[in-house]
Ligand binder design. Structure first.
Ligand SMILES: [Zn+2]
Length: 61
C-alpha cells in the first residue's frame, strides 16, 4: 500500500510556479520545508524510500 499524503492545507500551496525537486516539472505545490514538489511525486518517492525522511518528520502530515 502506497503512501498517501494530505496536502490539502494552504501551507502546501506556495503560489509560485517552480520546478518540482523530484521530477523537474513545474508545480504550485510545496513541501512542509518550502521546497517545490508535486504531491504525487512525494508519495512515489516515499514508496521508493520508505526509511528516509529527507524533508523532516512533519512532511507526511
Ligand atoms: Zn513532480
Amino acid at each position: 500500500m502506497g503512501v498517501a499524503l494530505d496536502w490539502t492545507s494552504g501551507s502546501h500551496w506556495g503560489g509560485s510556479h517552480e520546478p518540482c525537486v523530484i521530477c523537474g516539472e513545474l508545480t504550485f505545490l510545496v513541501s512542509d520545508r518550502g521546497r517545490p514538489c508535486h504531491k504525487e511525486c512525494a508519495e512515489r518517492w516515499y514508496d521508493a524510500h520508505p526509511h528516509v525522511e529527507p524533508f523532516g518528520p512533519h512532511w507526511r502530515t
